[in-house]
Design a binder for this molecule. Sequence first.
Ligand SMILES: [Zn+2]
Length: 353
Amino acid sequence: MPVLTRLIPSPVVVDISRGAIGDLAGLLADQRISSSGKLAFAVSDGSGQKLREKLSPLLPGADWYVVSDGTIDSAVKLADGIKGKRYDAVVGLGGGKILDVTKYAAARVGLPMVAVATNLSHDGICSPVSTLDNDNGRGSYGVPTPIAMVIDLDVIRAAPARFVRSGIGDAISNISAIADWELSRQVTGEAVDGLAAAMARTAGEAVLRHPGGVGDDEFLTVLAEGLVLSGIAMSISGDTRPSSGACHEISHAFDLLFPKRAASHGEQVGLGAAFAMHLRGALEQSGLFADALRRHGLPVLPGEIGFSAAEFVQAVEYAPQTRPGRFTILEHLNLSTEQIKDAYADYAKAIGS
Ligand SMILES: [Zn+2]
């Protein structure tokens, strides 16, 4: 008999609301998450301590672990700390680094992971990927999707606005990533997962076209939901394809070529996405991207994040090497340095200033 439907790995609870952290104890008491109340919490030694002070009286069965950085060593140390202590789950409470470390540590000891995101800087908050610094630079490790996802809009609002801006760039870049995926289907015959594409694209379009800004709850809700759906889209496809194409290759190139000067992930992928849309001749969409990025205070030209046009050209040229095997508009066009220069001049002129 054929399979009637497929099951999607996804959190059993998603709470995106104002004051969500205040209800955390109740959420964690859900029998599917923690029946004994024995939980391990991972927090940063900086802003995490304030949340710890606020939450520890409400969570008597919690042990607290401090995570100092986003390295694989920290993740292994955390796993060593929590193993054998009969916790029901591990709760990561913090920004992207804390969540990535917690995801990996939880996977290592076979415990479910609860993600409590304190900023919206990228779509990794609810994804099946843990990005950690290792001896070879940075690696992406496959891990289970979080069992529960909590985003407190009051906490998000208290974080520096640049973190929210970064998430906007990452969400919008989905649209470019899906265009790359569809191009690959046409040219190389790669299979596109229609459900993953639908979720990731809808998330990107909702953020792109929302009239609000980082100061209002309606916009923050759509952005947070968009980032969660992007993560689940990656669980569905089993890779980062729905959210990562030429836009991300360009950003990875910035990270690798200029490690000390790289801007935030979302700033780089947003710029990369606007340029990629231009490269594929989607001029109207490239303009829409540029308008949205500008409106939210994100860069549309490399000079706005401290890179010259020549450095941008260098990054675009290097980009395909950052993701061997991934077919995007960059691999398709296979432009020479001169052609990239011309394309960039054309892009800069088209989006104006
Ligand atoms: Zn991303």
